[in-house]
Design a protein around this ligand. Structure first.
Ligand code: AHR
Length: 656
């Protein structure tokens, strides 16, 4: 019987021009479930890099809306034409003391004004509604009257409304605009209808359609991509942004909550990081602050995983350190954050959360101490944080840093120290070429089962090299990540969380590539890497099932072949098989399910495949995307051909 089957396989292999002379057999011990796969296994890493927050996830279209940038008119252009007037940035008697600057617009006659370019233009969708709002007052005895216009780059007016009621005290007013055409690079113009002077602050333009239709909310398409990942957790707010280039400009969560106008603007850490991709107009308005992050987690069903500064600025920059005897305020920030997230509505910080509209605690379970730190300086600081946090909140799982590389002297210094300290979860980072990912699917097979757990907190295959602006989100890179992820899933008893990084990038405003999701001012698309993440996350399963592959040596970058992982899914009663074929020929394989009585002949296949260099783009967003089909012929033992360069998910209904 086996001989006949082998003969058939050779025949099929011959017809399809496949790789292996010998048939490959995938044995799955369905009756021997191993490690539980945590619900947190596949998650999201969010950092405000590549204009991921302001100009990205945030629906707000106006950059420098409160004139707080060091160059107060950055992002704004004077509209002179035949009319004259003046624009002045002032801060006396401000509308909002924390962000005190505002614009004084003095028009000598009609036609003078100012225009916002948004974030390299303003995306406008035909007939959608956009809410314009401004905090304004009149100056002097005149009666200012302004016209608010949405225009194309060459000045064609797509929508306009008048704003004529001005009081002497600061007052917020709003109006709705409906553009008559779709425009990717629109502008907002504020034009005087007559001579007069007005002070303007918090100029805002937000589409009515946002995620969950929240006013001043998040871009619905961007959040949908996240929700569609069914992520186990959301790590925020980074990334190096947590650390800051110096301590002075580090991320401080307490300055990101409360009323938006009470959140002081801060330079974005990626503003001047790369000489080859300068972003002088990159600042953090914190309209996406810690409350909104927690809310987002709740919306998309992800465990919140905030990462806090541990008294160290970015070690790639200043590496500034808070002396150990002055670390208390940093530790207090962490303690207060736990109270903000989890405390009752009558606790000090829980009340602030409740006043922001969320009386119920957010139920935070994880907290990161530092981002990508290293050296004895980190261990000393981690120890102090861990002591204080565990004393008060023993159940919060702490995430500790393991440096920027998965295998250098910094990494090998930190791990034994963290093991000694009985750290909960260690955050490993890995930006490497695809070969590394193909070669490291077995990385965790030999990890200590009794030590700290692993969070593969940042990883992405680099088609050229780390921080190269030439890196691309190719299918080959995505496939190598898929191969590596089979190893993460197989080792779910050690690796309890993993997230690709970075998450978002604006097509015109990025600093770093590759990224998981790209967008412009109107549209967005998932990369091949996104679909790999989605296939793993949406087909997670509950317990790892042992897999033995016969007929091929362990696949590597030099010896391409199959990478396989299997899991059972308790609710559907299915076995989920994930198979990466890294070879550029099909691999015919016999799948044997041990320990099951029968298998429903109809199975579901989700196939992701492409050519090595394939990418998705705004113009062609689905070059590489999953195709779902049902197939017949599934059985306790059956054959499948895995196409060249593919990730296949098979879902099989079994009776045991
Ligand atoms: O993901 C981009 C950056 O890479 C992160 O900010 C940092 O943690 C890592 O070095």
């Amino acid at each position: 019987m086996n001989l006949i089957r082998t003969g058939i396989l050779f025949l099929v292999a011959g017809c399809l021009g496949v790789l292996w002379a010998e048939p490959v057999t995938i044995n799955i011990d369905a009756d021997k479930p191993g490690a539980a796969i945590p619900s947190t296994m596949w998650g999201i890493f969010f950092e405000d890099i590549n204009f991921g927050a302001d100009g990205g996830l945030c629906a707000e279209k106006i950059k420098n809306r409160s004139f707080e940038f060091p160059d107060g008119l950055m992002g704004w252009t004077e509209l002179k034409s035949a009319a004259s007037g003046s624009l002045q940035i002032l801060d006396s008697d401000p509308a909002t003391p924390v962000n005190p600057h505002y614009l004084r617009l003095k028009a000598d006659k009609a036609g003078y004004g100012v225009a916002s370019d948004g974030f390299r233009g303003i995306g406008l969708q035909k007939r959608d509604e956009y809410v314009f709002s401004v905090t304004a007052r009149k100056v002097g005895e005149g009666k200012p009257s302004l016209r608010i216009e949405l225009v194309t780059p060459d000045g064609k007016v797509l929508a306009k409304e008048n704003l004529a009621k001005f009081e002497s005290k600061w007052t917020r007013s709003s109006l709705t605009l409906r553009p008559s055409a779709t425009e990717l690079h629109g502008r907002l113009r504020i034009v005087a209808n007559a001579a007069g002077t007005a002070d303007l602050d918090w100029v805002s333009l937000v589409p009515k359609k946002t995620w969950k239709d929240r006013p001043n909310g998040l871009r619905a398409d961007a959040v949908q991509w996240l929700a569609d990942l069914k992520p186990g957790f959301l790590r925020f707010p980074g990334g190096c942004i947590v650390e800051g280039r110096t301590l002075d400009v580090r991320y401080q969560w307490k300055k990101t909550i409360g009323k938006p106008e009470d959140r002081p603007l801060l330079i974005n850490r990626w503003n001047d990081e790369f000489k080859h991709r300068p972003a002088p107009d990159y600042f953090q308005s914190f309209q996406l602050g810690f409350f909104e992050y927690f809310q987002l987690c709740e919306d998309i069903g992800a465990e919140p995983l905030p990462i806090l500064n541990c008294g160290m600025a970015c070690q790639f920059n200043s590496g500034e350190l808070v002396p150990l005897d002055q670390l208390d305020p940093y530790i207090q920030d962490a303690l207060d954050l736990i109270e903000f997230a989890n405390g009752s509505a009558d606790s000090t910080w829980g009340k602030i959360r409740a006043d922001m509209g969320h009386a119920e605690p957010f139920g935070m379970k994880f907290l990161g101490v530092g981002n990508e730190q290293w050296g004895p300086q980190y261990i000393e600081r981690y120890e102090l944080f861990a002591k204080a946090l565990k004393a008060r909140y023993p159940n919060i799982q702490l995430v500790s840093a393991a440096g920027p590389s998965p295998d250098d002297e910094r990494f090998h210094f930190l791990w034994p120290k963290l093991r000694e300290l009985k750290a909960d979860i260690v955050d490993e980072h890995c930006y490497a070429n695809p070969e590394w990912f193909f070669d490291n699917a077995g990385r965790y097979d030999s990890y200590d089962r009794n030590g700290p757990k692993v969070f593969m907190g940042e990883y992405a295959a680099q088609s050229v090299k780390t921080v190269s602006p030439d890196n691309r989100n190719t299918w080959r890179c995505a496939l190598s990540e898929a191969a590596f992820m089979t190893g993460l899933e197989r080792n779910a008893d050690v690796v309890v969380m993993a997230s690709y990084a970075p998450l978002f990038a604006h097509e015109d405003l990025w600093q770093w590539r590759p990224n998981l999701i790209w967008f412009d001012n109107l549209q967005s698309y998932g990369t091949p890497n996104y679909y790999v993440q989605q296939l793993f996350s949406c087909n997670r399963g509950d317990f790892v099932l042992p897999v033995r592959i016969e007929g091929q040596p362990a696949a590597t970058s030099k010896q391409p072949g199959l990478y396989v992982t299997a899991a059972n899914d308790l609710i559907s009663g299915q076995i989920i098989l994930k198979v990466v074929n890294s070879a550029d020929q099909a691999v015919v394989s016999e799948i044997r399910l041990h320990g099951v009585k029968s298998v429903e002949p109809k199975g579901t296949q989700i196939l992701l495949t492409g050519k090595a260099a394939d990418e998705n783009s705004i113009a062609s967003p689905k070059t590489v995307c999953p195709v779902v089909t049902t197939f017949s012929g599934a059985a306790v033992s059956f054959q499948r051909s895995f196409p060249p360069l593919s990730l296949t998910v098979l879902r099989l209904s079994v009776q045991d």
